[in-house]
Design a protein around this ligand. Structure first.
Ligand SMILES: NC(=O)c1ccc[n+]([C@@H]2O[C@H](COP(=O)([O-])OP(=O)(O)OC[C@H]3O[C@@H](n4cnc5c(N)ncnc54)[C@H](OP(=O)(O)O)[C@@H]3O)[C@@H](O)[C@H]2O)c1
Length: 270
């Protein structure tokens, strides 16, 4: 599995997204994903499945090779809450060290320096390996890099062919921060897109695979989610073809403000 190197972290370029996966289905799917070659799993306190994700990773007997990311909820960002909630995540996951700990969403009512400082303490103690952020804009990335005692490994953001994220991607690159693409198949929309289907077909691949390939070919980490065991292989089977420069450009042309994830608490997007 290819890895993306960012500020000291080595992050497998394809991971399994687990939002909405629950109970035994979640455990089985994570275990199957590792058997199919996944070496990266993405969870969060908010998803309510850290316990099951941890169980699936442990059941695979490859714990040491699987990179596990979890995220702190936006209402847990004060130093005291970070301390409590990270301990809860460590206990629920029960896999030893957490590879990457992210701020799930920015929370303007808590100073960023306080949150990142509290996260950095867990890195020093060895409970987590790397820290990062999610849903951060250019302004927030600039602030985080100024105040963080430890380097930021990734910014996990919505990223797929229908959304132009160039501004924040350029800001992250400037600071050596990787991009992790959430909703990388645009919640299934990629699969219904005629251009992606046409380009995929040229390579004997699906439209969803064309979307994922377009991202990883730019060095972007992808974390597609599926509830279907048979799709796990499809979403990782993207290393045996290459999109041409012309195809990369054509796919970039699909970006027309197609943001999917937007909440009342979202920051002002770039
Ligand atoms: N940091 C954040 O704020 C944030 C926000 C959103 C998501 N995330 C993370 O990113 C992960 C992925 O994002 P997402 O869940 O929003 O969207 P996604 O991975 O783009 O899409 C998942 C949806 O697409 C379908 N799908 C998956 N693979 C497919 C394929 N090869 N062909 C056709 N359809 C396919 C799945 O259906 P089936 O289940 O039927 O296969 C599911 O309904 C999440 O699970 C979560 O871990 C993070």
């Amino acid at each position: 599995m290819e890895v993306v190197q960012a500020n000291g972290a080595r992050i497998p370029i394809v991971g399994l997204g687990t939002w909405t996966l629950r109970g035994r289905d979640c455990v089985r799917l994570v275990e199957q994903a590792v058997a199919d070659g996944y070496r990266h799993v993405d969870t969060a306190q908010m998803y309510g499945n850290e316990r099951e994700v941890g169980e699936g990773v442990r059941a695979s007997a490859l714990r040491d090779q699987v990179f596990v990311t979890t995220k702190i909820q936006p209402d847990n960002l004060s130093p005291r809450d970070v301390e409590r909630s990270v301990k809860e995540s460590l206990k629920a996951l029960n896999i030893g060290t957490i590879d990457l700990l992210l701020i799930h969403w920015p929370n303007p009512s808590v100073p960023l320096a306080d949150t990142l400082g509290a996260m950095a303490k867990f890195k020093k103690s060895g409970d987590i390996r790397h820290i990062g952020v999610s849903n951060f804009t250019v302004a927030l990335i600039e602030e985080a890099t100024k105040v963080s005692p430890e380097p930021i490994a990734t910014n996990q953001i919505e990223c797929h062919p229908f959304l132009d994220q160039d501004k924040v991607r350029i800001a992250c690159r400037r600071h050596g921060i990787s991009i992790t693409a959430y909703s990388p198949v645009a919640r299934g929309r990629a699969d219904g897109d005629a251009l992606l289907a046409k380009i995929g077909k040229v390579h004997g691949k699906s439209a969803a695979q064309a979307s994922l390939r377009w991202l990883i070919q730019q060095g972007i980490i992808v974390i597609p989610r599926t509830s279907k065991a048979e799709r796990l292989k499809e979403n990782i089977d993207i290393f045996d073809f290459k999109l041409s420069d012309a195809e990369m450009k054509q796919i970039a042309g699909l970006a027309r403000g197609g943001r999917i994830v937007d909440w009342a608490w979202s920051p002002k997007w770039d």
